[in-house]
Design a protein around this ligand. Sequence first.
Ligand code: CA
Length: 224
Amino acid sequence: MHILVVEDEKRLAMLLRRVLLEERHTVDMANDGNKGYELAASGTYDLVILDIMLPGMDGIAICREMRDDGVETPVLMLTARSAIEDRVAGLNVGADDYLVKPFAMEELLARVNALLRRRDRGLEVSPELHVGDLALDLVRHEVRRGGRIIELTAKEFALLEFLMRHPGQVLTRTQITDHVWRYDLESLSNVVDTYIHYLRDKVDRGFPRRLIRTVRGVGYKIEA
Ligand code: CA
């Protein structure tokens, strides 16, 4: 596949290029927003990986302009900020998914492959994740189960999002801390247990079917 990477951080850009080339994709690079827009607007790519903070046009503006121009290429946004507003802004202007920096390359490839598959099947892109009757809306930053809205803190939301992006898959405490807590120093495994407990209290309590499961000695998974 032909992928455009718009990223001004040299080291990350080079790493992305290498990883994508290893996956046998063809890769074009742009290290500023104006060049990125010029290339993306051609509409000849299968996927655009787009950083938000860029010299020149920013990623949000590029994505908005692309969509206004009628370019339907899937867009994976990269954001350095964990601010909800950034992700929501990205999805609102037509991005298909986002990744918060820093991220694991395997996570990036999983997202890239999911977007390419979805595009191949011509499926309508949904900014919602579903497991059973549980729905997580990435745009509204809202979680619902059985028609009821569940209030979550930012960390609880991030943890649930990570579980729901890997339904049926056992995630170890280390994988969870790496993705949800990242650089926090107090990311001990019992932080994960504590937050899983909070989540269960909000997401599973009072429902006949439990979605969040403990896999003894390994970690956790979510499954309908
Ligand atoms: Ca940047």
